[in-house]
Ligand binder design. Structure first.
Ligand code: IVH
Length: 676
């Protein structure tokens, strides 16, 4: 390829990736690869000035706006930043900048800030009132996202103590790590697509046609630039503008530090690298800025980036290594997950020998094959994953990997269900599924049975002592005592731990059952809404769908689960084993479950005096009259009921509710109609 051809190719590639990253919020390659392409293009353009082109993507910042939004021409262009990666490049920048100013780098004051991985946003205030919010777009023209920006909790609608003039406040819209995790958890439970990373999630959330969608996303905003459109404000230093922004009600990065001298600045940037995972949001580097605003003006900007600032990008948490094999593991729901067996490699400080490939479509999309050199990514605590293969044109590749059609554990068929990209082993007796189900049932977030880890469960399965979670509750100490590695003492503690699980609330049991799509949030909402498993199991599909946080996917999954023969048997056995299968009242949701309803109580109810029972109904917005009428919602019948009341209820067709269902009635306002 000639340099001219290479330049043309690089421009095409970069334009394609820009569109994927900025317009569709769905990058095709890791940022590090993108940066490498951009750097190569810039280097070639510098080496062959005749190939230069003012419209080259190397000159551009971001990408053109989406037609979904109105266009906003920025009063002042929104520039990008030049990047460095190595410490000596950063030192060279400091020297160059100092020289440009005719000063010594040791005496220069730098501000070192986290480089937040979100998307830039410019917010206009006229006389202190928010009038417009815009994305960066191509730097000159951005997208009008005013109504969406208004929904961000730390974007003030009016500026505290600002009365006249026009300013643009610029900064980064981002998702804190914890909020990103919650959001993806919610997406998962709703059966919606998960976001690849906080940056994509933030961009996808801000760039929504419907501001209500944005409002439901936990976006945050950190400011790092003030554009005074009237030129009326006088600040000497950048830190003064930050103080003013903060006084107006904006958040600024708490970790921002002022350092004097190049050496201190570099040391601080390294400190950030070491602490990058300690911050509450993701950063991909640090931004170093000259503090003195007069010096900034003297340095000026290129069309792309200011000369008074630089980004030090951190080494990506991605490495390349050889893919040795692709294997498939079977999870508790039977999901068959392909994973990569790798030549071990150190990524982000830990040794990685296996990485997930997610599903069949991902393997096909990434087209990774055994023998390939692949990019492995591990960021923070995230499970390592294979990003893709690195092209090695000189090397012959193995044929494309084919997803197996039978389960590697039990030999049963592997099937894809409907539109899902996941493949499942559909044999309910598959030992790999059983193992994972029981481990999950006993895990922290579920029934929290201490001492029941993977090895122990495998042992119990191997000995034929359990073949379903319900079997755990019939284990006796004698069964365990003679197992390898388990003495009398640990057998007793395991039995006690299992015993303790009997009183776990319904929400934890629902998590433990591993019903597809039901995570802790949905489990809690379901448990609160229905209070008992009996009520949940009887609920019609439409009622399940109405529960907050339960979409049609979860509702259908729960509805199906409750009606499967195996589940019915399992739940009956769990109830017989003494699990409460109910949610304690303290965690019950809205109190007014019986608003406007008349509930007649007759006979004695276990755990309640007559007065307490009536008070409980009244406390939930109902009434508890002494006589049955046509308008009575239901009659709760305890020990030794009044015959007249029961007869009257029968005659009038008023439902009769057994005493055992009283708590559920209180908590949910519903009852299981007795069989005729
Ligand atoms: S200053 C004219 N400061 O990084 C200079 N940018 O790669 C404007 N970013 O477009 C940018 N954290 O979206 C600045 N502390 C920070 C930043 C930051 C993140 C983003 C911003 C910028 C991009 C450049």
């Amino acid at each position: 390829m000639t340099p001219a051809e290479r330049v043309a190719w690089l421009r095409g590639e970069l334009a394609r990736h820009n569109e994927a990253y900025f317009v569709r919020d769905a990058p095709l390659i890791p940022d590090a690869d993108y940066d490498a392409l951009a750097r190569e293009l810039r280097a070639l353009e510098a080496q062959y000035p005749e190939l230069g082109d003012d419209s080259s993507v190397s000159m551009a910042v971001g990408a053109p706006s989406s037609p979904l939004f109105g266009a906003v021409t920025h009063a002042e262009p929104m520039l990008s930043l030049d990047n460095v990666f190595a410490v000596d490049e950063l030192g060279a920048w400091a020297q160059r900048t100092a020289r440009g100013l005719g000063v010594d780098a040791d005496s220069l004051t730098f501000v070192v800030e986290p480089k937040i991985d979100g998307l830039a946003c410019s917010i206009t205030y006229v006389d202190g009132v928010l009038t417009q919010g815009a994305t960066r777009g191509d730097g000159r023209v951005g997208e009008d996202v005013t109504e969406n920006v208004r929904t961000i909790h730390d974007v003030p609608a009016t500026l505290e103590g600002f009365s006249s003039g026009r300013v643009e406040v610029r900064g980064e819209v981002y998702l804190a790590k914890a909020d990103f995790k919650d959001l993806n958890g919610r997406q998962r439970e709703l059966g919606a697509k998960e976001f690849a990373n906080p940056r994509n999630a933030a961009a996808g959330s801000l760039r929504q046609k419907d501001p209500k969608v944005t409002a439901a996303r936990p976006l945050s905003f950190l400011t790092y630039q003030l554009v005074d459109l009237d030129g009326a404000m006088v600040f000497a230093r950048y830190v003064d503008t930050l103080a003013r922004l903060s006084a107006w009600g904006f958040a600024t990065a708490r970790e921002t530090v002022v350092e004097v001298g190049g050496a201190a600045m570099i040391a601080r940037s390294t400190w950030f690298e070491e602490h990058r995972h300690d911050l509450s949001y993701e950063i991909d580097g640090v931004v170093i800025k000259i503090d003195d605003l007069a010096r900034r003006a003297a340095l000026g900007s290129t069309s792309r980036a200011p000369r008074w600032a630089i980004a030090r990008k951190f080494p990506p948490e991605e490495r390349t290594t050889r893919l040795l094999a692709i294997e498939v593991s079977i999870g508790r729901t039977g999901r068959a997950t392909p994973y990569a067996v790798l030549e071990p490699v150190l990524v982000a400080g830990s040794r990685v020998a296996m990485a997930t490939l997610h599903n069949q479509d991902q393997v096909a999309l990434k087209d990774v094959r055994p023998g390939d050199l692949v990019i492995v990514r591990k960021a923070g605590e995230v499970i390592p994953e294979v990003v893709g293969a690195v092209a090695e044109p000189a090397r012959a590749r193995q044929p494309a990997w084919v997803f197996p059609s039978s389960c590697p554990e039990c030999g049963g068929p592997l099937e894809r269900v409907g539109e899902e990209s996941d493949t499942y082993c559909v044999n309910p007796a598959c030992p790999a599924q059983l193992l994972q189900q029981i481990i999950h049932f006993a895990s922290r977030g579920a029934l929290d049975i201490e001492g029941l880890g993977e090895q122990r469960v495998a042992q119990l399965l191997g000995e034929g002592l359990v073949s379903d979670v319900a079997d755990l509750f019939s284990l006796r100490r004698q069964d365990l005592e003679n197992l390898e590695g388990l003495g009398e003492l640990s057998a007793t503690s395991l039995i006690n731990a299992i015993d303790g699980a009997r009183s776990m609330p319904l929400s934890r049991v629902l998590v433990g059952l591993g019903i597809r799509h039901v995570g802790p949030v949905a489990a809690r909402e379901l448990a609160r809404a229905f209070a008992t498993y009996g009520a949940l199991a009887q609920a019609p599909l439409e009622q399940l769908e109405r529960i907050d946080g339960v979409g049609p996917v979860i509702a259908a999954s729960v509805h199906r689960y409750c009606r499967e023969d195996e589940s019915i048997e399992r739940m009956t056995r769990l109830a017989e084993a003494g699990l409460t299968l109910s949610e304690p009242e303290s965690s019950a949701g809205p109190e007014d479950t019986l608003a406007g309803r008349a509930v007649v109580v007759t006979g004695t109810l276990e755990g309640f005096t007559r007065d307490e029972a009536e008070a409980a109904v009244v406390a939930r917005g109902g009434t508890s009259p002494g006589a049955v009428s046509k308008k009575t919602y239901c009659v709760v019948v305890g020990e030794a009921p009044g015959v007249a009341k029961v007869t009257k209820a029968r005659d009038l067709g008023v439902p009769i509710v057994p005493a055992a269902a009283f708590r559920q009635l209180l908590e949910t306002g519903t009852f299981v109609a007795p069989s005729p």
